[in-house]
Unconditional design. Sequence first.
Length: 315
Amino acid sequence: MKKSIIIIGLFLLTIAASAQRDALYSQFMFNRLVINPAYSGSRDVLTMTLLNRYQWVGFGDGAPRTLTFSAHSPMRNENVALGMYVYADQTGPFTDVGFMGNYAYRVRLLNGILSLGLQAGFNQVNVDWDAVEMRDGDDPVSLSRPKNKIQPDANFGIYYYTKSYYLGVSSKQLFESQYGKVDFEDGLSTYATLARHFYGIAGAAIPLTDFVVFRPGLMFKYTESAPLNVDINASFLFNDIFWLGASYRTNRNAITTKNALVFMIELNLSENWRLGYSYDTYLTEMKTHQQGSHEIMISHDINLFKPRMLTPRYF
């Protein structure tokens, strides 16, 4: 019960502030569509990915859990790519669900492809108020029980990639939609908004031998009134069959610091199937309250345009 109260308290601290609720992914490097809409179609095949993240194992019933499904593909017109993703992100009695449709326009530039992507859709923050227990029975939030509303949302991104490296920038929650609005008796109102997030990603694939490829990567995330979060990662591809890697992630906000070390592996089960797993261990006081986080990813490629099939695909 104490843990549930802590989670609820952290949520309520976002009221009258900008909420930082973008879902966390350790294996974003294997599915960048959830970060940058311009990534759509960059694998030159129809790619479908299912990812399940179980965070803070052992923390209790309120531990965060995220489920995401995405699909994206180039079209017959090589300048156009389409995609989509749906997600459900749950923390305690709060569930954030959403759908985003994706359009990307791509042009050849120098030795690579420059892509501009736009996502548009909706999200909804659902609160199970019957599961919320307040210490203060007169709390205006608990008395008013803000209604769950569907909110529009949009994301924009730029992505440039070659066979050897990639660069990208993107912005999410462009509309900064309001949610959790509470009206008080004195006529004042307070609410939370979805804070606009900015992402930057970069990486490269460097062949070391005929059987080993080294892939370093970097991601940063920024939102107003919060510290810069950074993910530094590196992995090795052995014999075009499996990736083995690790990353160091800073995850700070106005309330807590949750720096983590992530270990991950991805197996190319066949030309069309990939399976990934990652484990997060925290380097702060969080490690005394839980047993880390697990993330499982499975992805399937369908070759719609055989002449454009690229093997292997490092990004």
